[in-house]
Design a protein. Structure first.
Length: 263
């Protein structure tokens, strides 16, 4: 399934209203407001230290906001805990990959889907039919996701033995195990060569279509962002300095001065 620009623009799924985060005297995110449309691929760019990852951390409740609101499907979620955010359908990857290195690829993905299991520990220990069925379904789901990201031949290999790009793919598979409606990707192309970046771009488009996703990504590789995203927000020193379609953002004098001139 693919989405037209009209379909993308009809419905807001996530909205930041004056989001602010202070660390002592440092304002890392300063009164940032924007909305993300359903089924959109939305890019966040800006210089190092602009506040992009801090904004992701606010969206996923890893840190609380100092001010402002985050609205998801019409409901205020700024004060929720990380597990509650994940349970609502917001999943993410990290700039610094956070896999369980000693566990297999399959185990990493199964763990990612644990929020959707219903049988408790006791039923699992007793080997009740409902627990065994759920365990089987979780395993099959994880195998499907590993196949999707091209790792179906390495399901039993420890995550720590994977090359950097494969660890990125494994982390995305684990995030998808949460059955998200919004997927946040923090620098997914980091460490990839030009060919891998092109493949990643196609992969992200396919993810949107296959899983009916809204995708928000932080990325420093400007050509990838410009060619992939429906809209782009630009941060500089924690402030939103531009928001719009790639063609508009690319020609914005403030963006050129703050970021693109040195990108």
């Amino acid at each position: 399934m693919s989405y037209s620009i009209q379909e993308i623009n009809n419905s807001t799924v996530l909205e930041a209203k004056g989001l602010t985060r202070r660390f002592g005297g440092l304002v890392a995110v300063n009164n940032v407001s924007f909305d993300v449309k359903k089924h959109e691929i939305f890019g966040l760019i800006g210089p190092n230290g602009a506040g992009k990852t801090t904004l992701f951390n606010l969206m996923t409740a890893l840190i609380p906001p100092s001010g402002g609101q985050l609205i998801y499907q019409g409901k205020e979620i700024s004060q929720l805990r990380p597990y509650q955010i994940a349970g609502l359908g917001i999943a993410r990857t990290f700039q610094n990959i956070r896999l369980f290195g000693e566990l297999s690829a399959l185990e990493n993905v199964i763990i990612g889907g644990h929020l959707h299991t219903k049988t408790g520990m006791l039923k699992g220990v007793l080997g009740l039919r409902s627990a065994l069925k759920e365990e089987y379904n979780s395993r099959q789901r994880a195998l499907e996701l590993l196949h999707l990201v091209g790792l179906s031949d390495r399901t039993e290999e420890k995550a720590k033995n994977f090359a950097y790009g494969d660890q990125r793919r494994l982390e995305i598979a684990r995030a998808l195990a949460l059955k998200p409606q919004i997927l946040l990707l923090d620098e997914p192309a980091a460490g990839m060569n030009p060919s891998e970046k092109q493949q990643l771009s196609e992969f992200i488009r396919n993810l949107r279509e296959s899983f009916n996703l809204t995708i928000i990504l932080i990325e420093h590789h400007v050509p990838l962002v410009m060619g992939l995203c429906d809209r782009i927000a630009v941060l500089d020193f924690g402030q939103l300095i531009a928001l719009g379609k790639p063609s508009v953002v690319r020609d914005d004098p403030a963006v050129i001065e703050a970021y693109l001139g040195n990108a």
